[in-house]
Design a protein around this ligand. Structure first.
Ligand code: NAD
Ligand code: UDP
Length: 321
């Protein structure tokens, strides 16, 4: 790994999808610890605003590039996060979504192979689909519709995992695969349709809160700082730990509970309204994080109330601007 750093002891790190919600937080942490960061993003769902505070940073570079095309750069470590993550975004151009997951993974794995470097994959709890096992452990194979409106994302990510493990088995590549459960926090896109950003923005504007279905479906919400800590611990773990490793907060809430908490926190007069449940919307989701606890000594520390408060603070500023 170090063979490409002749004169410099700093690690050069590639982050694809670095202008997105999670990518930009990851880059902040990598720069803080002294690494050199190359951010690659086509700005499909990410924004320059997420990384504008880094423009004059001496160890930060940005390239606008689509990962479905090959990339030739020299780095010591690759984090592959490029992919739209919110259902309205990944369903906007489903063919491109699958291409981003699959061709993007092939291109980044090819780069890692040439460089002989470690590579991280941002996989997802969506690989479990609408789970029949609860909470979800890494050895559960999932319940995914291969031909539905969420399949471009779910199957794309599943295929990317397959590619990662085949590059590992066949070529000895040093891989780290994280299965990320619903994460929220500052820099989420206000219009991405995800439940936390939707509810907070609606509550702050005094608009109706849009609950899909009867709100009894569950999700487990992880605050972004906790997740990024898990990312770093996984990436820096011993080579034998390939994953997949679940990273998420095991606190499970119904969507209706989330709406009520957001209303209380924002002291909003918004009313709950009920709308049809989107097709294939998972009814329950909660990570079993025993593997991460045991191998990474990691678990989330930010409670939902506190994380929501910080996120409300972020969105309040944006809505006033
Ligand atoms: P995001 O949409 O904010 O970020 C994704 C980034 O990838 C954006 O900046 C976007 O412009 C970029 N991108 C998309 N297609 C690209 C392409 N073809 N080439 C280059 N860049 C491209 O989403 P996020 O929440 O930050 O998610 C980051 C990663 O984590 C994704 O891979 C996502 O699947 C995964 N993930 C996120 C969550 C979550 O709750 N946030 C949960 C599970 C998995
Ligand atoms: N959801 C909702 N109202 C909204 C947005 C989402 O009730 O305005 C529900 C959605 O149907 C799902 C849950 O909240 O059951 C989480 O949705 P999100 O899009 O955030 O993530 P995902 O479904 O990918 O977990």
């Amino acid at each position: 790994m170090t063979k490409r750093r002749l004169y410099d002891s700093r690690k050069r790190i590639l982050v694809t999808g670095g202008a997105g919600f999670l990518g930009s937080h990851l880059i902040d942490r990598l720069l803080d610890r002294g690494d050199d960061v190359l951010c690659v993003d086509n700005l499909f769902t990410g924004t320059k605003r997420n990384i504008e505070h880094l423009h004059n940073h001496p160890r930060f570079e940005f390239i606008r590039h689509d990962v479905t095309f090959p990339l030739y750069v020299e780095v010591d470590e690759i984090w592959n996060l490029a992919c739209p993550a919110a259902p309205i975004h990944y369903q906007h151009d489903p063919v491109q979504t699958t291409k981003t997951s699959v061709h993007g993974a092939i291109n980044m794995l090819g780069l890692a192979k040439r460089l002989g470097c470690r590579i991280f994959q941002a996989s997802t709890s969506e690989v479990y689909g609408d789970p029949t096992v609860h909470p979800q452990r890494e050895d559960y194979w999932g319940n995914v519709n291969p031909v539905g409106p969420r399949s471009c994302y779910d199957e794309g990510k599943r295929c990317a995992e397959t590619l990662f493990f085949d590059y590992h088995r066949q070529l000895g590549l040093d891989i780290k695969v994280a299965r990320i459960f619903n994460t929220y926090g500052p820099r989420m896109h206000p219009n991405d349709g995800r439940v936390v950003s939707n509810f907070i923005v609606q509550a702050l504007r005094g608009e109706d809160i849009t609950i899909y279905g009867d709100g009894s479906q569950t999700r487990s919400f992880c605050y972004v700082d906790d997740l990024i800590e898990g990312f770093l611990r996984l990436m820096d773990s011993a080579e034998g730990l390939t994953g997949p490793v679940n990273l998420g907060n095991p606190g499970e809430f119904t969507i209706r509970e989330l709406a009520e908490r957001v209303i209380t926190l924002t002291r909003s007069r918004s009313k709950l309204t009920f709308h049809p449940l989107p097709q294939d919307d998972p009814m329950q989701r909660c990570p079993d994080i025993e593997l991460a606890r045991r191998e990474l000594q990691w678990e989330p520390v930010v409670a939902l109330e506190e994380g929501l408060e910080r996120t409300v603070g972020y969105f309040s500023q944006g809505l006033q601007a």
